[in-house]
Design a protein. Sequence first.
Length: 265
Amino acid sequence: MPVPLSGTTKIGTAAAYLGGEDRLEIFAISVDGALYHGKQDTAAPTGWTALLQIAGDLLFAQVAVAAMSDGSTEAVAVSTGGQLHQISREPDTGDWLIDEIELPVRGAVEQYTSYTLQLGIADRAQLPAPGADITVYSDAPVRLEINGRTCFLDAATPWHGLAGQDGQLTIGMEAQTLSAPSLSVWTSIMPADDRILIEPSGAVRAQLAALDDAGATLLAAISARSDRTTYSTGQLVQGDANRKPELASWASQAVRKVMSLAGAP
């Protein structure tokens, strides 16, 4: 059921975040599709400011909020017409900026290559630790999806949050190349100076380094493919001309040599 928030405006969906002065702020979509912004106000009778409508010429269906690396917050909203919009605030004037985000042609299937890490946090009794404090560090600038929310990390900006109710933390990292920035993780059940080092590409590099000289592992490898309209899996090495044992053996040894030069995973 929609609930009243700051007056008679009825809200259908909302996304909350911690804004300036440690006050809770909210982007809210009313039941008739209008997008509003409000924040906590201890002086107001309802505890909130009056809701300010944003982009009055558009109607919206969904909204989500992401924290940026510079400490600012931006929202992404889907209009009732299916368009995606980025919503941010101009720092000098405080005006809201609405920009449409162009999306690929609908119906096309695009391959998205990424590393996905599933971390399970357990207490000293080896039981899941729901709500455990977690900090994720990266020495290099990187964009991550942590528990479904986009965040930006660098050497001066770690991510801090809580494990889910199952004690899990899911991290996604887009992968354009084999290499990926190293991450380190601290949890509240660890000593303050300890870190767990995570190499997102470690398992892949270890598998490449373990190719056998005969090429059998390479010939048996499975790959995912997309031609923008369909998605399928199949053998990594395609075509009878390419599946010759001597070619697979040469390729496997070449890959192992390259991986040895790159260093152990």
